[in-house]
Design a protein around this ligand. Structure first.
Ligand code: CU
Length: 176
C-alpha cells in the first residue's frame, strides 16, 4: 500500500516537474534545492561550469572569435569535435582551425611556430608531437569534424593557429 502511494507520488511529482520545465528536455542535474530560474548559462570562464559532453560544437566567426572557450569531457573516451566557420571570409584572410594541444604544451610557443607554417595551413610540422588532433583550416561556411581521446584527466588547451588569432581564439578542454 505504502509502496503504491509512494510511486503515485513520484509520478505526480515528476509530471509536475516536467510540466513547469518548459522544454521537453530532461534535466537530470537540477535538484529541487535550486530556485527555478531560466537564465542562459554564459558566465565568463570559470572552471567546470561547462556541461560534461563528448560532443563539442565550436563556431568561429569573422570577428576572430570562438563561440565558447571551455569544455568538459570524460577522460579516456572519444571526443567528437566539430568546428564550423560561421563567417563568410575566405581562409586566406580569416581562416579558422582548431588545434588541440597535449597537456602541458606551451600554447604561445606553438602559435609562434605556427605563423611560419603557411604551406601546411599553419600546422607546424616541427611541433607535430605537441598536437593531439586538429581540424582543417576553414573558410566561411565550411566545417570539419575530428575525433580524439584525452587519455589523462587534466586541462588541454586548444587554439586557432591562423596568424594572430590565438590571442582571442583559444580555450580549454578539461578532461575528468
Ligand atoms: Cu582563426
Amino acid at each position: 500500500m505504502n509502496k503504491f502511494r509512494l510511486s503515485v507520488f513520484a509520478v505526480i511529482a515528476s509530471l509536475a516537474l516536467f510540466s513547469c520545465g518548459g522544454s521537453g528536455e530532461r534535466k537530470t542535474e537540477n535538484t529541487a534545492t535550486t530556485p527555478v530560474e531560466t537564465k542562459p548559462t554564459e558566465p565568463p570562464v570559470t572552471s567546470s561550469s561547462a556541461p560534461l559532453s563528448q560532443d563539442i560544437m565550436l563556431e568561429g566567426n569573422d570577428q576572430m572569435r570562438f563561440n565558447a572557450t571551455e569544455f568538459r569531457v570524460k577522460a579516456g573516451e572519444p571526443v567528437h569535435l566539430t568546428l564550423k566557420h560561421v563567417g563568410t571570409m575566405k581562409k586566406d584572410v580569416m581562416g579558422h582551425n582548431v588545434v588541440v594541444l597535449k597537456m602541458g604544451s606551451d600554447l604561445h610557443a606553438f602559435d609562434t611556430e605556427a605563423i611560419k607554417a603557411k604551406s601546411t595551413d599553419y600546422i607546424p610540422k616541427s611541433l607535430n608531437n605537441e598536437i593531439i588532433a586538429h581540424t582543417k583550416l576553414l573558410s566561411g561556411g565550411e566545417s570539419d569534424s575530428i575525433t580524439f581521446t584525452l587519455d589523462k584527466p587534466g586541462t588541454y588547451e586548444f587554439l586557432c593557429s591562423f596568424p594572430g588569432h590565438a590571442t582571442f581564439m583559444k580555450g580549454k578542454i578539461i578532461a575528468e
